[in-house]
Ligand binder design. Structure first.
Ligand code: PLP
Length: 400
């Protein structure tokens, strides 16, 4: 369709210009995160990017697209800036942003043909477990789960129809760590692609595309937005496979789960401080995990930064720091876990993660029927408060 091409060319130009700079200047992640998608507004010279709220753009009499945009559901300039920025920070060739993390994942799954099989890791964000169990069969797609950290289990779980392997690392809520290079090799040897939900690590701490992963998914609602005030999702592709990009563009356009301009703008703003925030989230989380690990009131602490975590060595290799999420299991089972959650003063009992404030959640209660979370597990999103205050709050809640 002729109206598509000028807009797409313009998008690509923005992205390539940035990547050329990146190569020439050997820019580091922190620098890219501050500048990507941040071209000075040509109309006004504004340094902070404008938010273009217009739902429609002037076109020619035969729907020619002289300005690069036609209608908000197809794309808008603020969304383009965010996509340019996300592709740059992940080292990918193309990015697509959506209304939520779930919308991003669902859009990818909707590009698969009926009859395809998707292999998920056994610990999986519960929303995608719901999609796998309740929706994929209705779309004619088979789904199964295996321990992707076990090479033999992974090999045994592959089927002739496997088109996609789907993994998180670290996982939500158990904080398991998966070796992305190994899983990517297994996927490619089988002729499948590997999609990684990198929401918990963010590109500040882990760049899956550099390890051979084909697609990175983010719930930008979390650390990328960073302030618990915006919802969004993104897919970033290592290679701009034109057929896949066209299918994703089409699913988003036809089904309509687009990122709004304001939400795109907020996520872009969050990206500017991502590197600093993740350093602090990770330092605080390590302090909390170390403090909890030594306590008799705690039966187990799941944090990849602890040397006895089963994925610690892999995390050291593939992450810059171990992230801001800590899950733990108070001694005394489910009832004690609920008591601890109810006694906390600084930590809020709330779902979600990645904001400046610390949150705690009994995942089995929050997830309901599809939950595989252990009944005594509390998941904590460690915020940017002083770590001593967070540790003191946890210890008083554990002591009762
Ligand atoms: C790891 C992970 N992926 C995806 C999502 C879904 O994101 P959203 O709530 O923006 O749809 C979440 C939400 O908690 C998540 O934790």
């Amino acid at each position: 369709m002729s109206i598509g091409s000028p807009r797409k060319l313009w998008r690509r130009r923005l992205l390539l210009e940035f990547k050329a700079d990146e190569k020439g200047g050997n820019l580091r992640f922190e620098t890219i995160a501050v500048h990507a998608g941040g071209a000075v507004d040509p109309a006004t010279g504004a340094v902070a990017p404008p938010i273009h709220l217009s739902t429609t753009f002037e076109h020619g009499p035969a729907a020619e697209v002289p300005h690069g945009y036609l209608y908000i559901r197809e794309g808008n300039p603020t969304q383009t800036r965010l996509e340019q920025a996300l592709a740059a920070v992940e080292g990918g060739e193309a990015a697509f942003v959506f209304a939520s993390g779930m919308a991003a994942g669902a859009a990818y799954l909707q590009t698969l043909p009926a009859g395809a099989h998707v292999l998920f890791h056994r610990d999986l964000y519960y929303g995608f477990r719901v999609l796998a169990q309740d929706y994929l069969p209705r779309w004619g797609i088979e789904a199964s789960a295996a321990d992707l950290g076990d090479d033999a289990a992974l090999a045994a779980a592959l089927r002739p129809a496997t088109r996609l392997i789907w993994a998180e690392t670290p996982t939500n809520p158990l904080l398991e760590v998966l070796d992305l290079r190994r899983i990517a090799e297994a996927a490619h040897a089988h002729g499948a692609l590997l999609l990684v939900d990198g929401t918990l690590a963010t590109p500040a701490l882990q760049r899956p595309l550099d390890l051979g992963v084909d697609v990175v998914l983010h719930a930008t609602t979390k650390y990328l937005g960073g302030h618990s005030d915006v919802q969004g999702g993104a897919l970033v592709l290592r290679r701009r496979d034109p057929e896949l990009a066209a299918r994703l563009d089409r699913v988003r356009h036809d089904l309509g789960a687009v990122a709004s301009p304001f939400n795109s703008w907020l996520v872009l703003r969050g990206l500017r401080s991502l590197a600093c925030r993740m350093e602090r989230h990770a330092a605080n989380a390590l302090a909390v995990a170390v403090a909890l690990a030594g306590r008799p009131e705690v039966a187990a602490v799941h944090y990849p930064g602890l040397p006895d975590h089963p994925g610690h060595e892999i995390a050291r290799r593939q992450m810059r720091a171990f992230g801001g999420m800590v899950s733990f299991r108070p001694a005394g089972g489910r009832e004690q876990a609920l008591r601890v959650a109810s006694r906390l003063r600084l930590f809020l009992n709330a779902t979600s993660l990645g904001g400046t404030e610390s949150l705690i959640e009994h995942r089995a209660s929050a997830e309901g029927a599809h939950s595989t979370a252990p009944p005594d597990l509390l998941r904590a999103s460690i915020g940017l408060e002083h770590p001593d205050d967070l540790v003191a709050d946890l210890l008083q809640a554990l002591a009762g």
